[in-house]
Every structure is written in structure tokens, then in C-alpha cells.
Design a protein around this ligand. Structure first.
Ligand code: MLC
Ligand code: AMP
Length: 512
């Protein structure tokens, strides 16, 4: 039986004895290990009742085993639903009830508090820890190391990734086997990926960047990666001498720049440093070039579309530009209101069409329709300028979104939580430029007259409700929020007023 994505992965294997993964605790996994382990897990999840098309929700620490679980889902025809490990139980309850998974796999230490929620959703639960411990591998070990892959067509779903909504709750972006495969093949061609490559993988495994770009690209090139459990500067320098590629969010590069070990000599083995998920400052690009002689290659993508554009591998990698559309991907810039295509050089809405573009939002057909033009282009919400030669620059966003260290934070979600705290009248959450994170979540809050609520009370109020990365790094109390004639809060005025908040005082969290 044909399994669109996994067949391609198998075809890319050069030899089963080639090393696929080396973890930071020194364990190596060959491609044979990958085939055997993913087969065992696929057998195990099928025994637990998972059938093709069922969702398998996963919130587990990063590990090689977690990657095997993803591959097992692909083989079993299940829809993999990875969840940020920072999400709180309150956030998880929503994803589990919305996606109605057949199976939920979580870290052993979360089992107790999530038990009721999983049970109420009618799902089964297994656990998987950072070192393979937990119930999943207890019964996986007894399973056969062969598995007949489920038949999956190119348009069948491989994954659902939740992305936060500008209003309301998060939406599940449905990604097909071919959305993932076509995109990786385009990247492979653009970035000259081959089996000789060795990737430094320091990204999380629950987002498009770490899972689909980094891990799928390694698999589909039959190459090798150093799977680090998280980004840490020391660990990066430990593996740099043996690697050929590193991928990261801009924060990785700003942190590396702060270390004296970053030199042309220490990076000499790397053939390309790739950045994405958030804007790379021109200053980071040029400082990195001055220190290492390496021009970081910036690319642009989105959960809903996978990767869209990339700077060239061979040509000039320009700071401030995200490069050209990937092979097979069409990009245009339009008038945000009318949707009419704009001439080169004019700023407008970036729209995308191609085999990379997702199949819609889970259970939200109306929302899906709103985000596509009639001719099939997806409206990204990013504002850009296309040069006459097809080079794209992103100059802003037409969506109220903060990108902090590569994680998206939707202000309305944080504002709803703040406004629910007793003593708070209203709030405005904005992103303020931040040396380390790019933008730092900042809350401007209006209290009821005489209310005692302070920053500490706010921190306690949201602690269990919002993932840590969404929690404001600073809280500022004001008497009134600035509004325009229509009564809308003027976030641009707030961003302007507080733009130097983190410049003067360093990057530590501080409450004003
Ligand atoms: C961690 N913290 C963050 C944070 N990450 N706060 C804001 N923004 C973030 N991104 C919190 C921690 O909970 C902790 O809180 C405090 O900040 C300090 O933690 P740290 O140890 O310094 O953080 P660290 O673990 O080093 O994480 C920083 C990071 C990480 C940048 C390495 O956030 C990261 O790996 N980001 C990558 C995100 C990513 O992969 N995005 C791809 C999306 S896909 P406290 O208060 O408890 O101390 C996509 C499509 C595309 O966008 O185009 O790719
Ligand atoms: P996500 O929802 O996590 O997939 O985030 C996608 C968003 O990240 C895009 O819509 C952009 O706003 C932003 N993004 C991704 N890559 C870049 C980049 N290279 N430069 C600027 N913004 C980027």
C-alpha cells in the first residue's frame, strides 16, 4: 500500500546503517532503528484503537522517541497533533476537546492532572518522557518491528497544528501528506540538502520549523542530525565542529553573537546558517557576517503554508529580504481590501498558493473560506513588498500578532485572561522590541478605581491559564488607553510610547 510521505522517506534512505540521529546524551539511531522503532509504535497505537484519520495528540518533551512517534502516526495513517510543551492544562483542555483525538500521549508528570480531561474527551492516554520512559514504550517494546503502512493519498491529512486566532480560540491547520512532502522537496532543491549533511537540531519538535522543515528535510535527504533537547549556546558550540547546517529562529543567532566563541574558525564547518519564523534584524545579519564570514540565509513560512520563500543558496542573501518563492509556490502582493494584485514595489498583503498550502482549519469551514481568495490564494496577514525580480521583503503584519523568540502570541488571548482578573477594567497587550526575543509581550492595564490588583496578582492570576511564553514580561498600569475616533485602542500609539522599554533596562523581566 502506498503511503505518500513515508514511502518518500524510505526511498531517501541511503543505507539502513547510516546514522540518522545522535542525541545530546550520546545515543545514536540509525535509519534501521528508525524503521524498527516507528513500526513498533505504529503497531502499538493501532492496538490502542487508532485507525487512519484518527487524531493522536502529543505533548511530550523533545526526544528521538518523540520523533519516532510522529513517524509512527504517519505510517499508521493517523493525524499527528503536536502540542507546545509550555501549554498549561487549561490550554490543553481546549485542544483535546476541539480535536477529539483517539489517543493522547503526554509526559508522565502531566498524567495525573490531565486524566479527567482526556477521559471526558473519550480518548485513551499513554505517557512518554524525555528518555523514553512511560507507558507508551512499555507495551511498544513487545510489538513486532515490521508494520504494513496505512494507505495514504497525497491529500490525506498527516498533521494538525494549532495556530492562535486573532479573535477567539486557536485554529487547527490541517496539513496533508503532500503539503509536507512537496515543501521539503522544494527546500531540498533550494538549499542543496544531501546525505552528506549533518544538521544541528535545537528547535522544538511541535512546530512547522523543527518538525517539518528540520526533521523532514533530514529524513528526506537520508542525512543526519544532532538532536539537542533544547537550544543552549554551550551545546551548539559542542556540535558545531561536526555539523554542516544549523537552523534557528533569530534569537538563536542573537544569543550566539553574544559569545566570544563565535568566529570564522568555529563556524568553518557549517555550509549554511538558516533563520526563520520571525524577522531577522539586518543588524544581526551583518554582525554575524562580520564575525563569521557567513551570510545567514533567511526564509519565510507559516504553519498554514509551510515554507513560502527563501533567500538563494548561491546568490546574494540580503538582510531585510526573505528571498524568492520556492519552486512550485506562487506568491503575490495585493491590496488588502480589494484583493487586486499590486505592482512591484508597492506594499500590500502577501498571498500564497501552491501544494504547500494547508487544507483548511479543523472544523471551521467558514473561517477557512474567509482566509482564501476565490482563486485559491491564501491570505497570510503579512504585509510585504515584491521587487520586480520576485524578491520579497516583509515590512509588517496586518494581524495583531506578537512573535516572541519565534513563538506566536495573540494579544487578544492574553487580554481576555487579564480582563477576567478582578479589579482590571481593560488591557492592551503589545509587542515591544526586545534584544533577545525580538518582541516582548507587554501588558498595558487599566484598573478599577481603588483596585489593589498589582503585577504580582496578575502573574498569579494567569499562571495556570497561559503558557509561560505568553505571559507579559512587563505590566504597565495607566489610567486610560489611547483610542481613536471609532473608540478602537490605538496600539500603534502604545507601541510608540513604550518602544524603548527594554532598551534602557536590559532584558530582565521587570514590573513597572
Ligand atoms: C521561553 N520563554 C519565553 C520564550 N521561550 N518567553 C518568551 N518567548 C519565548 N520564545 C520563557 C521561559 O518560559 C522562561 O520563563 C524564560 O522565558 C527564560 O527561558 P529561557 O531558558 O531563556 O528560554 P529558552 O528555553 O532558552 O527558550 C528561548 C528559545 C525558545 C528562543 C530558545 O523559545 C525557542 O526554542 N523558540 C523557538 C520557537 C520555534 O521553533 N518557532 C517556530 C514556529 S513555526 P521563566 O519566567 O519561567 O523564567 C513558524 C513557521 C515558520 O513560525 O516560519 O517557521
Ligand atoms: P506561525 O503561525 O508560527 O506559523 O507564524 C507565521 C508567521 O511568522 C508569519 O505569518 C510571519 O508573520 C512570521 N514569519 C515567519 N518567518 C518570517 C521571517 N523570515 N520574517 C518575518 N516574519 C516571519
Amino acid at each position: 500500500m502506498a503511503n505518500h510521505l513515508f514511502d518518500a522517506i524510505c526511498n531517501a534512505i541511503k543505507s539502513p546503517d547510516t546514522v540518522f540521529i545522535e542525541t545530546d546524551n550520546g545515543t545514536t539511531w540509525t535509519y534501521r532503528d528508525m524503521l524498527e522503532c516507528s513500526a513498533r509504535i505504529a503497531n502499538a497505537i493501532v492496538l490502542r484503537g487508532v485507525a487512519p484519520g484518527d487524531r493522536v495528540a502529543v505533548q511530550v518533551p523533545k526526544s528521538a522517541e518523540a520523533l519516532m512517534l510522529y513517524l509512527a502516526c504517519v505510517r499508521a495513517g493517523a493525524i499527528y497533533l503536536p502540542l507546545n510543551t509550555a501549554y498549561t492544562a487549561v490550554e490543553l483542555e481546549y485542544f483535546i476537546s476541539d480535536a477529539a483525538p483517539k489517543l493522547v500521549i503526554i509526559s508522565p508528570d502531566a498524567a495525573e492532572y490531565l486524566h479527567n480531561c482526556v477521559f471526558q474527551a473519550g480518548a485513551r492516554m499513554e505517557t512518554l518522557g524525555a528518555n523514553g520512559e512511560g507507558t507508551l514504550f512499555e507495551f511498544t517494546a513487545e510489538q513486532p518491528e515490521a508494520f504494513v503502512n496505512a494507505h495514504r493519498n497525497p491529500d490525506d491529512l498527516a498533521a494538525i497544528l494549532y495556530t492562535s486566532g486573532t479573535t477567539g480560540r486557536s485554529k487547527g491547520a490541517m496539513l496533508s501528506h503532500d503539503n509536507l512532502l512537496s515543501n521539503v522537496l522544494a527546500l531540498q532543491e533550494r538549499w542543496h540538502f544531501s546525505s552528506a549533511d549533518r544538521l544541528i537540531h535545537a528547535l522544538p519538535l511541535f512546530h512547522a520549523h523543527g518538525l517539518f522543515v528540520a526533521a523532514n528535510l533530514t529524513l528526506l535527504s537520508g542525512s543526519r542530525m544532532d538532536l539537542l533537547s533544547k537550544f543552549e549556546v554551550d551545546r551548539i558550540f559542542a556540535v558545531l565542529p561536526r555539523a554542516t547546517i544549523m537552523m534557528g529562529v533569530p534569537t538563536f543567532y542573537t544569543r550566539l553573537l553574544q559569545d566570544a566563541r563565535l568566529t570564522a574558525e568555529s563556524t568553518r564547518h557549517i555550509r549554511v546558517f538558516i533563520s526563520g519564523s520571525a524577522p531577522l534584524l539586518a543588524d544581526t545579519h551583518s554582525s554575524f557576517f562580520e564575525r563569521t564570514g557567513q551570510a545567514i540565509l533567511e526564509r519565510y513560512g507559516m504553519t498554514e503554508t509551510n515554507m513560502i520563500t527563501s533567500n538563494p543558496y548561491d546568490g546574494a542573501r540580503l538582510p531585510g529580504s526573505v528571498g524568492y518563492a520556492l519552486p512550485g509556490v506562487s506568491v503575490r502582493v495585493t491590496d488588502p481590501t480589494t484583493g487586486a494584485q499590486l505592482a512591484a514595489g508597492e506594499p500590500g498583503m502577501i498571498e500564497v498558493k501552491g501544494p504547500n498550502v494547508f487544507k483548511g482549519y479543523w472544523n471551521l469551514p467558514e473561517k477557512t473560506k474567509e482566509e482564501f481568495r476565490d482563486d485559491g490564494y491564501f491570505i497570510t496577514g503579512d504585509i510585504g513588498i515584491m521587487e520586480p525580480d520576485g524578491r520579497l521583503a516583509i515590512i509588517g503584519r496586518n494581524k495583531d500578532l506578537i512573535i516572541s523568540g519565534g513563538y506566536n502570541v495573540y494579544p487578544s488571548e492574553v487580554e481576555n485572561e487579564l480582563n477576567a482578573i478582578e479589579g482590571i477594567v481593560e488591557s492592551a497587550v503589545i509587542g515591544i522590541p526586545h534584544r533577545d526575543l525580538g518582541e516582548a509581550v507587554t501588558a498595558i492595564v487599566v484598573r478599577e478605581p481603588g483596585a489593589k490588583v498589582d503585577a504580582a496578582a496578575i502573574a498569579t492570576g494567569i499562571e495556570r491559564r497561559l503558557a509561560r511564553f505568553k505571559q507579559p514580561k512587563r505590566v504597565i498600569f495607566v489610567d486610560l488607553l489611547p483610542r481613536n475616533a471609532m473608540g478602537k485602542v490605538q496600539k500603534n500609539v502604545l507601541r510608540d510610547t513604550y518602544r524603548n522599554l527594554f532598551v534602557e533596562n536590559g532584558s530582565e523581566m521587570q514590573v513597572v
